[in-house]
Design a protein around this ligand. Structure first.
Ligand code: GTP
Ligand code: SPV
Ligand code: MN
Length: 589
């Protein structure tokens, strides 16, 4: 498929090491993908779902020990430990290469290696970057075909260029003790072994589009962020774009596909989805910040997705979708998960493969991190700018997390520098998207804790630098939201989902200087009258509670922030230290 010498030399080195019995280039044609689907069905790797109800849809079940990203087995192998920084796992590149070579050696004997040329971003866009993933998993090939632009057009675009990200994945025996997800940023190389799950193996996603890309972005003056991108259209037909960074399983896909409350729909408000997980951002010729979604599909959390909570996501999964670790309704070969509806199938296959009566079953039929892989073009509200090679101009950047207490429903940063501090002090309760305990509050700056490809302190510095390159009136305004605040009896105080639109409207009005705000120790807050509650069953007192800032709780958080920042030592930018002092002084007044 190519005469690119760098590609061919690398492919030879990798095949010499992995020793596959055959090598197949993925050309991106429907005929080839259809052959692979048939093969995966014949071996049991995938199950064909009901062709009438779910045309072109397949089911896949992973090993029970392989259901989420593995942060403790994910490494950033920069030449020095200092470059990877204190929050990444690190090993010297030579040592890691040697260790992994021994594991990859002969790992594909008797197996086929697939060569997937792929583009992150529309082929040929100035934002886009090319990768090639070598994998012995058909599941990976078929997922990459949904999540990225693949095939001959991409290898043609690369031509003789030696500049591509070299990605190697071997399923091996899915042994969790020898599972490694390793990034070598200086070599634009990703090696993944002993997993077959999502973010561990679809190497274009977190490994490339965030870890490697954040490193490239720092060197080349752009940003790779764990952000959704949405367009909000007002009744006059003007569309403004917002990007938002929330940690894994904290509501990006939901917000990106939001359906406005009825009274706003009647007025003519609409939301358009550009992306649901990753944004690549560059300063455009007019000095504004532009974003593209480098992906071509959604790898979304299934549980909790319903006609009511996220109609557009559900619609996106009705054809040509791969479901992973959800439950099967054996009667009609459709899928089910917790929160889809109140009618679990009686005759069900649980995600582990166990046959159960779903109506009497206790526990989860679907894994809490079960996922759908759906083509973005299936989405009823996909933006017409989705393929725009120049991206969309961003008016507001929103940070957010799951915080039962502390963070109010919404507040605005005073300026870019304060906004970077707001992002840097993000914290959130952990979710099922990664292995480990769920519900523990941890600091997760810009939702990038698991995804930053270099020293987090330098990453804060890069954010500050980007701000300096934009005039204050052109830079996006920065906000923080929390949909997950709870009352003392443990109930969510905010209805969330479509009603989050009410908060987005305040945000955009702030960007246009149309809405009021009041000063608070942590930033600019709306008053209860600034958030439109038309048709909502929420009292002024409840809204007041949602917008309240408890100084005592915040001062405790400041102590935690200090401890967190201390680990970066002298590398922490002075601006962050200054903002921390301002916050503490404001809270102590
Ligand atoms: P990743 O794909 O892991 O990056 O996750 P994500 O950030 O896209 O999260 P997603 O939108 O899939 O939501 C994760 C979970 O949060 C789902 O169970 C949702 O039902 C729930 N959720 C999303 N938005 C809201 C909200 O506004 N309020 C509440 N209470 N729950 C929400
Ligand atoms: C996340 O965990 O943030 C995801 C899913 O989007 S994964 O692809 O596994 O990273
Ligand atoms: Mn994500």
């Amino acid at each position: 498929m190519t005469n690119n010498k760098t590609v061919l030399d690398w492919l030879k080195e990798m095949t010499d090491m992995c020793k596959p019995s055959s090598v197949i280039w993925i050309d991106g044609s429907e005929a080839q993908l259809e052959e692979l689907r048939a093969e995966a069905v014949s071996t049991g790797e995938m199950i064909k779902l009901n062709e009438e109800k779910l045309p072109g849809c397949y089911y896949h079940r992973t090993a029970e020990n392989d259901v989420a990203r593995v942060e403790d087995r994910t490494f950033i192998c920069t030449p020095t430990e200092e470059e990877a920084g204190p929050i990444n796992n690190w090993m010297a590149p030579d040592k890691m290469y040697a260790k992994l070579r021994a594991l990859y050696d002969g790992s594909m004997v008797g197996r086929t290696m697939y060569v997937i040329p792929y583009s992150m971003g529309p082929v040929g866009s100035p934002f886009s970057k090319i990768g090639i993933e070598l994998t012995d998993s058909i599941y990976v090939v078929l997922n990459m075909a949904i999540m990225t632009r693949i095939g001959k057009a991409v290898i043609d675009e690369l031509g003789d260029n030696p500049d591509f990200v070299k990605c190697l994945h071997a399923k091996k025996d899915v042994n969790p003790d020898e599972r490694y997800i390793v990034q070598f940023p200086q070599d634009s190389t990703i090696w993944s072994i002993n997993s077959a799950y999502g973010g561990n193996v679809l190497l274009g996603k977190k490994c490339f589009a965030l870890r490697i890309a954040s490193y490239l972005g720092k060197n080349e003056g752009w940003m790779a962020e764990h952000m959704l991108i949405l367009g909000l259209e007002n009744p006059q037909g003007e569309v403004k774009y917002i990007s938002a960074a929330f940690p894994s399983a904290c509501g990006k896909t939901n917000l990106a596909m939001l359906i406005p409350p009825e009274y706003l729909r009647e007025k003519g408000y609409k939301v358009w989805t550009v992306g649901d997980d990753i944004a690549w951002l560059r300063i455009g010729p007019d000095g504004r910040l532009y974003a593209i979604n480098p992906e071509a599909g959604f790898f979304g959390v299934a549980p909790g997705t319903s006609e009511k909570t996220n109609f557009n996501a559900l619609e996106s999964t009705k054809k040509n979708t791969i479901f992973t670790n959800v439950a099967i309704n054996n009667d009609d070969m459709t899928v089910w998960w917790e929160g889809l509806d109140k009618n679990p199938p009686k005759n069900a296959t649980e995600w582990t493969g166990k046959q159960v009566d779903g109506t009497t079953y206790e526990g989860n039929l679907a894994h809490p991190n079960s996922r759908f892989t759906a083509p973005a073009i299936n989405c009823p509200c996909i933006s017409k700018e989705f393929e725009n090679p120049d991206g969309v101009p961003i008016s507001a950047i929103v940070f957010g997390g799951r915080r039962a207490k502390t963070a109010p429903l919404v507040y605005q940063a005073r300026d870019w520098e304060h906004g970077v501090f707001v992002g840097a002090t993000m914290a959130s309760e952990t979710t099922a998207a990664a292995t480990g305990a769920v519900g523990v509050v941890r600091r997760d700056p810009m939702a990038m804790k698991p995804f930053v490809g270099y020293n987090m302190a330098d990453y804060f510095g890069h954010w500050l630098e980007m701000g300096k390159k934009m005039d204050a009136d052109k830079a996006p305004k920065i906000f923080h939201v929390n949909w997950f605040r709870k009352s003392d009896d443990g109930k969510f105080l905010w209805p969330g989902f479509g009603d989050n639109m009410r908060v987005l409207l305040w945000i955009l009005d702030r960007c246009e200087g149309k809405a009021d705000a009041v000063e608070s120790p942590i930033g600019l807050l709306p008053t209860v009258d600034d958030i439109d509650t038309t048709g909502l069953d929420i009292s002024k007192e409840e809204l007041q509670e949602l917008l309240s800032v408890d100084k005592k709780v915040w001062l405790e958080d400041v102590e935690n922030q200090k401890e967190y920042f201390a680990q970066f030592g002298d590398r922490l930018p002075a601006e962050i230290k200054k903002q921390l002092e301002i916050l503490e002084a404001n809270l102590s007044k």
